[in-house]
Design a protein around this ligand. Structure first.
Ligand code: ADP
Ligand code: ADP
Ligand code: ZN
Length: 206
């Protein structure tokens, strides 16, 4: 099963992807995670990606599409995949269609007004990558899974968020109609608690 998670920054794509990957035994492929790993490793791709991510802009399609194409060609994707954060433009979706067939696109719908708090309150474990929110951490600064220190993503600040939401509206939101026309769109209300969103996705995926 080839599944895409679509949604604005902070909609809950990563949170749901981790759960869905475990339930359906599919590899979770996040372009954002791939870019952050490259930035950490100071690779040439990381250097390019950082200059865009820091400004809240999209990394150019040529770079992003190539990364995904290579990743989907790996053995673990033979059973399918869960793409988180790709495609983000119609041209990325068109490129993807040339090398892979998409079975379902889950559109996690969250009102724009709720996203700022979701993003600025997001905290990640620096060791295992687990994701948290300050609203439910009750002041804790360590990961409950591995004890690692919780950190804030460099691009999760108010200045960048405004840009990212604008980029989403202009460049990514048109994908909702694109995939609706392709007959593969599933929309879920993302403005509900994490478990309820998950149950809804599973019910609709069948
Ligand atoms: P995305 O990958 O779409 O950018 P995340 O999954 O990282 O979003 O979620 C953004 C933030 O919102 C995180 O801090 C996460 O813990 C929190 N979050 C995710 N889903 C929900 C939800 N249904 N209700 C409340 N907070 C959520
Ligand atoms: P979020 O969904 O919370 O915005 P991601 O981790 O998916 O975060 O992405 C972080 C950043 O990485 C994006 O703001 C963008 O700069 C870059 N990025 C991720 N995926 C793509 C993509 N498919 N195309 C272009 N840039 C991307
Ligand atoms: Zn951890």
């Amino acid at each position: 099963m080839n599944v895409i998670l679509l949604g604005a920054p902070g909609a809950g794509k990563g949170t749901q992807a981790i759960r869905l990957a475990a339930k359906y035994s599919l590899p979770h492929i996040s372009t954002g995670d791939i870019f952050r790993a490259n930035i950490k490793g100071e690779t040439p791709i990381g250097k390019v990606a950082k200059s865009y991510i820091d400004k809240g802009q999209l990394v150019p399609d040529e770079v992003t599409v190539q990364i995904v194409k290579e990743r989907l060609a790996q053995d673990d994707c033979k059973v399918g995949y869960l793409l988180d954060g790709f495609p983000r433009t119609v041209s990325q979706a068109e490129a993807l269609a040339e090398f892979s067939k998409v079975d379902a696109v889950i559109n996690i719908d969250v009102p724009l007004t709720k996203l700022l708090r979701r993003i600025t309150g997001r905290r990640l474990c620096g060791k295992c990558g687990a994701s948290y929110h300050i609203d439910t951490l009750s002041g804790k600064t360590e990961c409950s899974k591995c004890g690692g220190e919780l950190i804030q993503r460099a691009d999760d600040n108010e200045a960048t968020v405004a840009n990212r939401l604008e980029v989403y509206e202009k460049q990514t939101a048109p994908l909702v109609e694109y995939y609706e026309n392709a007959g593969v769109l599933i929309t879920v209300d993302g403005d509900a608690d994490i478990e309820k969103v998950f149950t809804d996705i599973v019910a609709k995926l069948g």
